[in-house]
Design a protein around this ligand. Structure first.
Ligand code: HEM
Length: 419
């Protein structure tokens, strides 16, 4: 920590319990960035699981923090709408929020989701698997041995960017532009990647132009099996306004990359806390899928999803009024001890490891969840063929956000390889 910096983690429990419950606001990006958020959710789950915060930088909002309550809200899309946005931040773009199907209700949501779903169908995943494996192997073979390097940059970003470029059928040379645009989408101005909203918008112009060119090329070509062609030829999407096309591109760029990338990094970090985890996984490869699911729970790459109440709702003794923001904190539900045994423990042989909220529930449940698991499983199968340990040699740098739970960097060193 730098001189004068406040150690938020050390004082977090005291701070979380010292504040009056009535005004407690867990939506503080600094607490997420310093990984100091846990006691806030622990308190809310125990003392006020359906909690109204009357005032915050994002306006008044409800927090849903228990596992089963989140399931109930996520499953009731008629009472809790996604229309217009799914993060706690209210979009302030001149023309209103960017339309995309994650931020739509039926029937439009269903039609657009159906259009792109074949890209991540079991058949397509089977086709993609060998490609992902070759790439994972090449990335791992290029890593320096006995030298410190950034795992996020060299591995997590590389593999997920390559997969995304394939899904969009864009040139592989452009893959890191996709990563960059994805990071710009979720960046909070003034905290790292972009300084101002204007700068962010200027980068969006370039991003938009790139994908407009692709649409124009693909709409006039025979239908292909990439995401852009699917949107350009799909009966439900080919006439959508350009802004809606771009919104869906943004959704697929962020959804298809950032979350999986942060879980790959999270897996290295989490496994580094266990003794002999590499030996155990190598001896029992059947544990790899469990470890992958457990990491997705433990990491919870998207901390929340937001809804708006479409009517007055009585929920667990509280009255949520029409028009109010309701935030489902997946990150808290995934640590609910009433549902998950010893939820703060990272356990690669957990029973029922797919029981977690990280992919959401209901009609918006992550369409790419099997692709995410596939990439994670393959990278770990390939890691275990090559290395006996990946040492974390410094603190991870976490993202400043209440939405994305991710990492900007993770310094590691590989000291032991398999001869
Ligand atoms: C570990 C990785 C991932 C996590 C944790 C994750 C998480 C989520 C969550 C929480 C939602 C919203 C669920 C809800 O509102 O109930 C979602 C939706 C979505 N995800 Fe993922 N995701 C991941 C990987 C991917 C990948 C690889 C893709 C690539 C195609 C993807 C594409 C999408 C799309 C398009 C939606 C919108 C679905 C809809 O509105 O119907 N995600 N994801």
């Amino acid at each position: 920590m730098g001189e004068g910096a406040v150690d938020l983690r050390a004082g977090a429990a005291a701070a979380a319990y010292a504040e009056p419950l009535e005004t407690l606001n867990p939506a503080q990006p600094a607490l997420f960035q310093s990984d100091a958020i846990w006691p806030y959710f622990e308190r809310l789950r125990r003392e006020d699981p359906v909690h109204f915060c009357p005032d915050s930088p994002y306006g008044p909002y409800w927090s849903i923090t228990r596992y089963n309550d989140i399931l109930a809200v996520d499953s009731d899309h008629e009472s809790f709408s996604s229309e217009g946005g799914i993060t706690i931040v209210t979009q302030t773009l001149d023309q209103g929020p960017l339309p995309m199907f994650i931020a739509m209700d039926p029937p439009k949501h269903d039609a657009q989701r159906k259009t792109v779903s074949p890209a991540v169908s079991p058949t397509n995943l089977k086709r993609l698997a060998p490609l992902i494996r070759d790439r994972a192997g090449a990335i791992l073979d290029s890593l320096p041995i006995a030298e410190t390097f950034d795992w996020v940059d060299r591995v997590s970003k590389e593999l997920t960017a390559m997969t995304l470029a394939t899904l969009f059928d864009t040139p592989q040379e452009d893959r890191r532009r996709l990563t960059y645009w994805s990071d710009v989408v979720t960046a909070v101005p003034g905290h790292g990647l972009v300084d101002t909203l204007e700068q962010k918008m200027a980068i969006f112009v370039e991003y938009h132009a790139y994908f407009t060119k692709l649409w124009n090329e693909r709409v006039n070509a025979p239908p292909g099996d990439d995401l852009i062609s699917m949107l350009a030829h799909g009966p439900q999407t080919r006439h959508m306004p350009p802004r809606e096309y771009f919104g869906n591109v943004v959704l697929l760029t962020v959804g298809g990359n950032d979350t999986t990338r942060n879980t790959i990094t999270g897996s290295v970090l989490a496994l580094s806390t266990l003794d002999r985890a590499f030996d155990r996984l190598r001896a029992e490869p059947a544990l790899i899928p469990s470890m992958v699911s457990e990491t997705i729970r433990w990491q919870t790459p998207l901390a929340h999803m937001r809804r708006i109440a479409t009517r007055d709702v009585e929920f667990r003794g509280k009255r949520i009024r029409k028009g109010e923001k309701v935030v489902m904190w997946y990150v808290s539900g995934n640590r609910d001890p009433e549902v998950i045994v010893e939820p703060d423990v990272y356990r690669i042989d957990r029973d029922n490891p797919r029981r977690h909220l990280s992919f959401g529930f209901g009609i918006h449940r992550c369409v790419g969840n099997r692709l995410a698991e596939l990439q994670l499983t393959i990278i770990w199968e390939e890691i275990l063929k090559r290395f006996t340990r990946i040492e974390v040699v410094g603190e991870p740098k976490r993202v400043f956000s209440t939405f994305v739970r991710g990492y900007e960097s993770l310094p590691v060193r590989i000291t032991q390889t398999i001869a």
